[in-house]
Design a protein around this ligand. Structure first.
Ligand code: FAD
Length: 353
């Protein structure tokens, strides 16, 4: 980052050195020497030039699904593009363009206030709209992929805008073409949503299915939204009180033969059949069985009520999180023969200041 062309570009983009501790929900201390706030797509060509000259780029939304190192030497782009634009009303869907820097939960709330139902099950997920397609956020039986028409993203290496249809995004469970791409390859600038004009509630999850107000004939998307918010507030630690990044591991997906063998050996095993014949294992259950629920090692630990949520009790570093995650994963592997994969993205950089 010290060559003259980088410096000129950094100045033009208004880049500054920043501490990012307040910009990630795990509250990991992190110093970045070059932070650019992306507020206009007109900045993108200069950002591509900066990335070329620095040898890479880190993209940051709300910082709720990242593990930040102590020092980031690559330029960091904080996506702060704003705007919500109804595009057209199709015969079966409302089509709306939402800029990547909009806050996810506020967008969900706003969409319902306009009568664009369909995102209510995804209420209260932290972060930005632009990050939602990255890992195909999901909760309470809905994945965002089912509500996306297309994604507009800046190709950083080639310096051009590209549009990905839903199919081209290659969405999977907590996965997409963007999540698999090398870090800093794409900057998502806008998500085009297709929200159903003829809404049907999705109430399959036990936490929602057993609520009387949702089984009545006058169930509405707003009622589902309120229920989801209540359930999440009751169950999940608020990062403002106890820093965390939500689920720290994905639920492992295994074939039917494997789940049958595991059920024979561990009758209490929690698993969910998937439409494609595979089975999702509840990672929280596996972790709990290994005695990690509520276990703390130094500054990090698994939450006392949510075995899947790793928390920073204060003063933790990316190295502490990584070491604890490796310990959890290797214990689960030894006991169940199942691999756990972290859900948050480990951002490259120096682990010690
Ligand atoms: C308390 C809590 C609960 C959560 N619950 C859920 C849940 O129920 N379901 C769920 O799926 N997730 C959940 N999460 C995870 C997280 O909220 C989501 O993954 C969210 O989409 C991350 O958004 P963000 O803006 O904070 O992304 P960041 O953490 O800033 O970034 C995440 C990744 O996306 C990349 N990225 C971000 N924005 C862009 C962009 N515009 N263009 C290109 N790349 C980008 C980053 O480089 C990084 O790789 C939870 C997290 C917390 C803390």
């Amino acid at each position: 980052m010290s060559n003259p062309s980088s410096n000129v570009l950094s100045d033009k983009l208004g880049a500054t050195a920043r501490e990012l501790e307040d910009s990630n929900t795990l509250r990991l201390p992190c110093r970045a020497s070059c932070v650019v706030d992306l507020t206009s797509t007109a900045q993108l060509p200069d950002i591509s030039a900066l990335a070329r000259s620095a040898g890479g780029l880190v993209v940051l939304g709300g910082g709720s699904n990242v593990v930040l190192p102590a020092v980031i030497s690559l330029p960091v782009v904080r996506v702060q593009l704003r705007g919500i634009q109804p595009f057209q009303a199709g015969s079966d869907a409302w089509i709306i363009d939402v800029a990547a820097g909009e806050n996810w939960h506020r967008w969900v709330d706003f969409s319902l206030s306009r009568g664009w139902d369909g995102l209510e099950n995804l209420a209260l997920i932290p972060g930005t709209v632009g990050a939602a397609p990255i890992q195909n956020i999901g909760a309470y039986g809905v994945e965002v992929a089912s509500r996306i028409e297309s994604v507009m993203a800046w190709n950083v290496a080639e310096g051009r805008m590209e549009t990905f249809s839903r199919r081209e995004c290659q969405f999977g469970y907590r996965d997409s073409i963007f999540k698999r791409a090398p870090a800093g390859s794409w900057i998502i600038v806008c998500v085009r949503f297709a929200l159903p004009r003829f809404w049907m509630p999705v109430l399959g999850y036990p936490d929602l299915a057993r609520r009387p107000e949702l089984s009545a004939a006058d169930v509405s998307a707003r009622k589902v939204f309120k229920a989801v918010v209540e359930v999440r507030r009751a169950k999940l630690p608020d990062p403002a009180d106890l820093p965390n990044a939500g689920s720290f591991f994905k639920n492992p997906v295994v074939p039917a033969e494997r789940v049958e063998a595991l059920h024979a050996q561990f009758p209490g095993l929690v698993s969910y059949a998937q439409p494609d014949g595979m089975h999702k294992l509840a990672a929280g259950w596996l972790i709990e069985q290994c005695g990690f629920k509520g276990r703390r090692e130094g500054a990090v630990g698994m939450h006392q009520n949510q075995a899947l949520v790793m928390v920073n009790h204060g003063g933790a570093s990316a190295a502490d999180l990584r070491n604890f995650a490796l310990q959890v994963a290797s214990t689960v592997r030894d006991r169940f023969g199942v691999e756990l994969e972290p859900e948050p993205v480990f951002i490259p950089g120096k682990l010690a200041a």
